[in-house]
Write a protein that binds this ligand. Structure first.
Ligand SMILES: [Zn+2]
Length: 357
């Protein structure tokens, strides 16, 4: 009898510990099953005083399509304040029977998940010295840094481009990042990647550029950054021929995938997409799937994360996610769309944008 009582006491003790543990666990985190916010912007205006100056040929384009480094810093602060947490895009889906399906994300109670991605991270040589950085580099200590040539001198900075800014922000606010998540770099290949001329038509120093790019890619991956394809040549999906589309994908595989590794995420250039053609899955879409892409990202100011096409007669569905554009135009004109995320008035870089009139 004595032993039985002892057993009961020990049993109850363990049950209490176990249930408390579960309770604590359940209170801390939950599975988020709603739509995930996906924001994107372009490379930042690292030197807005140059980028938005009157004599800059890119002034109007930059003012519309980009945000300044101070705006980006303010956006991160606002998102954090409004209980958003950064998640890895690859955690938002899983593969079942060869197709991407939504995945539940475990995040702290009271938080909302967000994906942040960055388009056209190539530092196109045509845009050099017009207000963006020249390339992402590793400094002498092997840390991520930004390099810009100014007056023929190398200037190394750590607070002008989204990579270093986000790294710094997460260092100071580690709970902003779930499982070490960072952003996604959406790359093209026609003018290289990350500021390195890794494309085949670079006949001068392609090999060394590839070597340097690989080092930066390895560090980015180590820190939690991910990559997506934004096509090779930034084509218009509706206009490109099927033949050229195949060449495009081969170039991507040869010149970009060979450096960054495989990615299952495809980000349509100009947000222009095509999944069906004449009532069935389009040949271009089938090609994208053959090349290993599973999650497809468009552009839209409404949250959308679902399966396409809607057409019930087509059984094969594709997981599709829209992304909200954060740029000079939307900061100014889409205040209400962006309201739940951040207050555009707090974020807007009036000082530099007033250079444009
Ligand atoms: Zn683009």
């Amino acid at each position: 009898m004595k032993n039985f009582v002892k057993f009961i006491i020990i049993f109850v003790f363990f049950v209490m510990i176990f249930s408390n543990y579960n309770l604590a666990y359940a209170q801390d985190e939950f599975y988020y099953t709603d739509n995930v916010e996906h924001l994107f912007t372009h490379c930042l205006l690292a030197y807005p005083e140059i980028a938005l100056a009157k004599n800059n040929e890119m002034q109007l384009h930059y003012n519309q399509d980009c945000i300044t480094h101070t705006e980006f810093k303010a956006i991160l602060k606002e998102l954090y304040k409004n209980n958003y947490v950064l998640v890895n895009i690859n955690d938002c889906f899983k593969i079942e029977n060869g197709k991407a399906v939504k995945n539940k994300i475990k995040i702290p109670v009271g938080k909302k998940p967000i994906i942040f991605s960055f388009d056209d991270v190539n530092y196109d040589h045509k845009k050099l010295h017009l207000g963006m950085i020249d390339k992402l580099i590793l400094d002498e200590n092997g840390n991520l840094a930004e390099l810009t040539y100014k007056d023929n001198k190398e200037v190394i900075t750590y607070d002008r481009e989204f990579v270093c800014i986000m790294e710094d922000f997460i260092n100071k606010n580690p709970d902003f990042s779930i499982n070490g998540a960072r952003g996604t770099l959406n790359l093209t290949g026609y003018d290289g990647i990350l500021g390195y001329r890794t494309q085949k038509n670079n006949k001068i120093n392609r090999e060394s550029e590839i070597e340097e790019a690989k080092k930066v890619v390895a560090k980015l991956k180590e820190n939690g950054w991910t990559f997506a394809s934004h096509s090779y040549g930034h084509y218009h999906m509706k206009k490109i021929t099927l033949e050229n589309f195949k060449i495009e994908l081969e170039c991507w595989k040869d010149e970009v995938e060979s450096i960054i590794g495989k990615t299952q995420v495809y980000v349509y250039p100009y947000g222009e997409w095509e999944i069906t053609d004449n009532g069935s899955i389009s040949k271009k879409h089938k090609l994208l799937e053959e090349y290993g892409f599973k999650l497809f990202c468009g552009v839209g100011m409404q949250q959308f994360y679902s399966y396409l096409p809607f057409d019930k007669n087509i059984k094969e569905k594709t997981l599709f996610m829209d992304r909200k554009v954060i740029d000079g135009f939307t900061l100014k004109n889409r205040t209400s769309n962006l309201k739940p995320l951040f207050d555009t008035n707090v974020v807007y870089d009036y000082a530099h944008r007033s250079l444009v009139n």
